[in-house]
Design a protein around this ligand. Structure first.
Ligand code: GDP
Length: 170
């Protein structure tokens, strides 16, 4: 059966939950002791939306600074990028803005970008209000989501809405 391929890249600081979101979506699992990604990991997932088959090629990159110079290799040619921050960490939100600036400058001109606040199950520890993320996303023409890889809240939605976006822009 033929399918439409889309390349999607995950960017963001270390430990914000990039691998956890990808694994939750691809395998339906969550591990509280997710091992850090070295370099980058590549996974594929087939989904069907409204009778159309898609093959998503997902690049999960390492957040550590020492791998930063490798990032362009992964976001070049990507149709979509998810920039992840951790809603319990102000620093990761600030860093996500840097990723967006870099992507707008060096990524493909028509790359679709979604800003994603992860770990919304950690209600007590939240420091970045939803409105703050939403406002930044709106100003910069980005899609916006809040997710939990732990409870799986909004994880499928993230991928489905992005895939639909990619399709509508063709
Ligand atoms: P990455 O470095 O961005 O790929 O982050 P990981 O996926 O390795 O996750 C870092 C840590 O955060 C791990 O201990 C995960 O179990 C935890 N984590 C990831 N997503 C969530 C989430 O939605 N909720 C909670 N409570 N913990 C999460």
């Amino acid at each position: 059966m033929s399918s439409i391929n889309h390349k999607i890249v995950f960017l963001g600081e270390s430990a914000v939950g990039k691998s956890s979101l990808v694994i939750r979506f691809v395998n339906g699992k969550f591990s509280p002791s997710q091992e850090p990604t070295v370099g980058a990991a590549f996974l594929t997932k087939k989904i069907t939306i409204k009778n159309v088959n898609y093959k998503l090629q997902i690049w999960d990159t390492a957040g550590q600074e020492r791998y930063h110079s490798l990032a362009p290799m992964y976001y070049r040619g990507a149709g979509a990028a998810f920039i992840i921050y951790d809603i319990t960490s102000y620093d990761t939100f600030e860093k996500s803005k840097k990723w967006i600036e870099e992507l707008k400058k060096l990524g493909d001109p028509d790359v679709r970008i979604a800003l994603v606040g992860n770990k919304i199950d950690l209600v007590e520890e939240r420091v970045i209000e939803k409105e703050k993320g939403q406002e930044y996303a709106e100003k910069n023409g980005l899609m916006f989501f809040e997710t939990s890889a732990k409870t799986s809240e909004n994880v499928d939605k993230l991928f489905i809405e992005m895939t639909q976006q990619l399709q509508s822009s063709k």
